[in-house]
Design a protein around this ligand. Structure first.
Ligand SMILES: [Zn+2]
Length: 148
C-alpha cells in the first residue's frame, strides 16, 4: 500500500469489491454481487448452484479525471427443478447494459443543461450513451408525473 493512498467508497452496497487497480487513465474495480443465491426467473425457486461466471466490463462515472471501469463477475445459476440456467439479476447496470444506471442517470441530467456533444466529450463516452441517459431521465420524469 502506498503512503499517499486514499480509500473511496464505490457507493454501490450490493456489490463486493474483489480487486482494484489504479492505472494511468483508469480505475479498474473487480466486483461481484453480494448475493449467494438467486430466484429462478421461470419458477421462482431459490438456488445457490452456480453454473458459471463470466467477466463483463462496465463503465461507471469517472473519478478524479479517470475513467472508472467496473469488471463484474456475473454468475449464471442453475435451477434445481428444470435444470435451466439463468443469469443473476443486474440492478446496478441493467440488462445487457455496458454502463451503470447511475452513470447513465448522471449523463442524462448533465445533458439537460448542456449539449449532448459537450457531455460526451467531457465524460469520454459516445453521444449515443448520453442520448440513452437523456431518454431514461425523461422516462423517469414522466413516470414521476404519472404519465405512462
Ligand atoms: Zn426454475
Amino acid at each position: 500500500m502506498l503512503d499517499d493512498s486514499i480509500t473511496v467508497r464505490l457507493g454501490l452496497p450490493v456489490l463486493r469489491i474483489l480487486e482494484q487497480w489504479e492505472l494511468e487513465n483508469y480505475f479498474q474495480v473487480k466486483v461481484i454481487y453480494l448475493r449467494s443465491k438467486a430466484n429462478c426467473l421461470k419458477c421462482g425457486k431459490v438456488t445457490t448452484k452456480v453454473h458459471d461466471r463470466r467477466l463483463q466490463y462496465k463503465k461507471d462515472r469517472g473519478l478524479r479525471d479517470k475513467i472508472v471501469l467496473l469488471k463484474i463477475l456475473k454468475r449464471r445459476f442453475r435451477c434445481p427443478l428444470e435444470r435451466k440456467v439463468f443469469t443473476e439479476p443486474d440492478e446496478v447496470f441493467g440488462l445487457r447494459r455496458r454502463s451503470s444506471r447511475r452513470f447513465r442517470e448522471y449523463l442524462g441530467r448533465e445533458a439537460l443543461h448542456q449539449t449532448v456533444r459537450r457531455v460526451a466529450q467531457k465524460e469520454r463516452v459516445g453521444e449515443g450513451l448520453v442520448r440513452t441517459g437523456v431518454a431514461e431521465e425523461i422516462g423517469r420524469m414522466l413516470k414521476a408525473k404519472g404519465v405512462k
